[in-house]
Design a protein around this ligand. Structure first.
Ligand SMILES: Nc1ncnc2c1ncn2[C@@H]1O[C@H](COP(=O)(O)OP(=O)(O)O)[C@@H](O)[C@H]1O
Ligand SMILES: [Mg+2]
Length: 266
């Protein structure tokens, strides 16, 4: 569905950041993109929804191509991007205006706006906050409004670019459960993150380093086979526990389940 075909990108000529990268994200997938600081994750996110264009190669969303100007508006609509700082997401002064703003941009018919608004605010559990102002909201709530404004455009894919990293633990939980809820409803979710605990629960991991994909596979294989210290990444609790205790049972995302299975197999 979302396809990178031999994509090349640099900010400064001669210093390639994305180097001949190819991969495809399937409809309904939940993918984590990880890698050391500065490896180009946010750049990938911007390439994905056409905010920047490849220097060589193609980025396609279904039949649409980010290098074709006439396709761009449709790509922005179908591929939503939530970024790190909840403060940056707010453009207007109330929750209602914020959601309206996105819909006006893509010219949603007037008579449809109210029902879409209600629907998306309910989806992010913020229907009581329609008239609230940004400073009245927590970081997690601001991110949920950012998600609502994107949902109002009816995207098929949402990219979360370290969208949980500036939130307190409660805000992070809110956004994590939102992502899983959207995924259960059929949304394609791309989650760029530093938090390895979050990576355990996705379907597929893409590890980026030096402009290339170093690993592409499921999280359990990833944590079993990749030396995280080479990438400035810290193993999640379940993985450290598995190693430390030398468990015979296989690695599992849920560490309690893992311990239980060790118990029953010994
Ligand atoms: N607009 C820009 N102009 C020039 N260099 C940039 C720009 N955006 C990012 N970079 C550089 O590109 C590299 C990758 O950035 P980024 O994609 O933000 O990485 P990540 O999200 O993995 O931390 C960094 O070295 C960064 O300084
Ligand atoms: Mg980044």
């Amino acid at each position: 569905m979302l396809t990178f075909n031999q994509v090349h990108y640099y900010y400064k000529k001669g210093y390639p950041l994305i180097d001949n990268m190819s991969f495809t994200v399937q409809p309904g997938e939940f993918v984590a993109i990880i890698g050391p600081n500065g490896c180009g994750k946010s750049t990938l996110a911007r390439l994905m929804n056409g905010l920047i264009l490849p220097k060589e190669g193609r980025v396609r969303f279904k039949h649409l191509d980010t290098s074709i100007p006439a396709d761009l508006a449709e790509i922005h609509k179908r591929v939503g991007l939530i970024s790190q700082n909840p403060e940056d997401q707010f453009i207007t002064t109330t929750v209602m205006d914020e959601v309206l703003f996105g819909m006006e941009n893509i010219r949603v018919p007037r008579e449809e706006m109210a029902s879409r608004m209600q629907h998306v605010l309910r989806a992010v559990h913020m229907e009581e906050y329609m008239h609230a102002m940004p400073h009245e909201l927590s970081g997690g709530q601001k991110q949920r409004i950012a998600i609502a404004s994107i949902l109002a455009m009816r995207p098929e894919c949402i990219i979360f670019d370290e969208a949980t990293s500036m939130l307190d633990p409660q805000g992070r939980e809110e956004i994590k459960s939102m992502m899983h809820e959207l995924h259960r409803q059929g949304m394609t979710v791309i989650h760029i993150t530093h938090h390895m605990e979050e990576v355990l629960h996705v379907q597929r991991v893409l590890l980026i380093q030096d402009g290339r994909i170093e690993f592409d596979g499921d999280p359990l294989h990833f944590f079993e086979n990749v030396s995280l210290e080479n990438y400035q990444l810290k193993a999640p609790f379940a993985v450290r526990l598995h190693k430390k205790l030398g468990l015979k049972s296989s690695l599992m995302a849920d560490w309690k389940e893992m311990i239980r299975s060790q118990w029953s197999s010994s």
